[in-house]
Ligand binder design. Structure first.
Ligand code: UD1
Ligand code: UDP
Length: 364
């Protein structure tokens, strides 16, 4: 049997690495299809190197565009490659357009699919990712959940329990694997940062796609930077808009290119505070015990608030919340970290997949 992994965007690479490694250890034949949704070296190549991912067997070079144009190109490219390789299972990761396209193509071709990170919900259909999640979970044959509430959300949408598996979080497997290499000192020195600093990442369309939203956000970040210097490894999506709104290199703000995985997590590990609108960064800060302020009205990862260091804030509330977080440090309300975020999600997923390939239905 052959398993294909469809990857396209930065967070996909991080989630897939432990699954690919674990399937390899079980001797499963597999290959990576890179859609080319992310293509800059710092958004793609650096992750393959840092995570030890094998070379893709194909890169579709789909690139950027409107949702329709990008998804259309993904559909055409993926249909061809899936027909060519005739996989027994296609694995998709998270909520990006590459995932949506792969799940649609496979559903129409009758190729079984597995969704890693199933059942996350923000219940905000204004987020393109929420649309992708709902469609993907409706069509996937195997659904791998990172946290217990995801199972309840999926059940409420009519997904049978036989398809669902609570396996933990492969993004945290990658974090644990990188942990021995995470050293803030060289990155802090290279970027010319003081010992006490904050890190900000901002790329959600709702935050960076309009001049008004960008302005409100940038003003809030600049106010935080008057209390603690802020370094912003900037996602290409928000680069121009945030700069136009005033997020430029200054005495207290440092705007840098996106960082590689190990450099970025090293920086986060040494940070006094993280400000973000990323999905994955909410989870990583929870595990690293770094206070995280998420500038969004909702999160599809509520466990990082109930069992982690994450707090949701509006731009208007960000400066005061930053003061409090800097004073309090990392506070984990439940006192315990999310269950099964133990670095072994990849092997759990691989075990279910290999049994499934052999014809077993490992339903709980
Ligand atoms: C995508 C995902 C988002 C995820 C993010 C991770 C969708 C709908 N969104 O958002 O869920 O959080 O990836 O980073 O799939 N660009 C470059 N170089 C690149 C890639 C993109 O310059 O290598 C620029 C282009 O101008 C492009 C823009 O970034 O138009 C947005 O890229 P796109 O792939 O459409 O979505 P992201 O915002 O990256
Ligand atoms: N990340 C990185 N370099 C950066 C910013 C983020 O390596 O400059 C990593 C981060 O540690 C996490 C992943 O990229 O593992 C998250 O990607 P992103 O925030 O782009 O996407 P999201 O999680 O919001 O979908």
């Amino acid at each position: 049997p052959l398993v294909l992994h469809v990857l396209g965007a930065r967070p996909n690479f991080v989630k897939a690495a432990p699954v690919v490694r674990a399937l390899g250890e079980l001797g499963v034949r597999q290959g990576i299809i890179h859609t080319g949704q992310h293509y800059d070296a710092l958004m793609s190549d650096v992750f393959f190197a840092d995570l030890g991912l094998p070379e893709p067997i194909a890169n579709l070079g789909v690139g950027s565009g409107s949702h329709a144009k990008q998804t259309a190109a993904l559909l055409v490219g993926l249909e061809e490659v899936v027909q060519e390789h005739e996989p027994d299972l296609v694995v998709v990761y998270g909520d990006v357009n590459s995932t949506l396209a792969a799940i649609l193509v496979c559903a129409k071709l009758g190729v079984p699919t597995a969704h890693v990170e199933a059942g996350l919900r923000s219940y905000d259909r204004g987020m393109p990712e929420e649309v992708n999640r709902v469609v993907t979970d409706a069509l996937a044959d195997l659904l791998f959940a990172t946290s217990p509430e995801a199972l309840a959300y999926l059940a409420a949408e009519g997904v049978p329990a036989s398809k669902m598996h609570l396996v933990g979080n492969p993004m945290i497997d990658s974090l644990f694997a990188a942990l021995p290499s995470l050293d803030p000192a060289p990155v802090v020195e290279r970027l010319g940062l003081p010992a006490r600093y904050a890190v900000a990442t901002l790329h959600r369309p709702a935050n960076v796609d309009t001049a008004e939203a960008a302005k409100e956000l940038v003003e809030a970040v600049l106010e935080v930077s008057r209390k603690v210097p802020v370094v912003v490894p900037i996602h290409p999506r928000g680069k121009a808009r945030l700069a136009a709104a005033g997020l430029v290199d200054g005495e207290t703000v440092k705007v840098v290119d996106p960082l590689g995985y190990v450099d970025f997590l090293s920086l986060v590990r040494g940070a006094a505070l993280v400000v973000t609108d990323s999905g994955g960064v909410q989870e990583e800060t929870t595990m690293l015990g770094v206070p995280c302020l998420t500038v969004r009205p909702n999160t599809e990862r509520p466990i990082t608030v109930t069992h982690g260091t994450n707090r949701l804030v509006t731009p208007a509330l960000l400066p005061a919340a930053a003061d409090k977080a800097l004073a309090d440090g990392a506070v984990t309300p439940a006192g315990e970290l999310p269950v099964l975020w133990d670095g072994k999600a990849g092997p759990r997923i691989a075990k279910v997949i290999s049994a499934w390939l052999e014809g077993d239905n490992l339903a709980p």
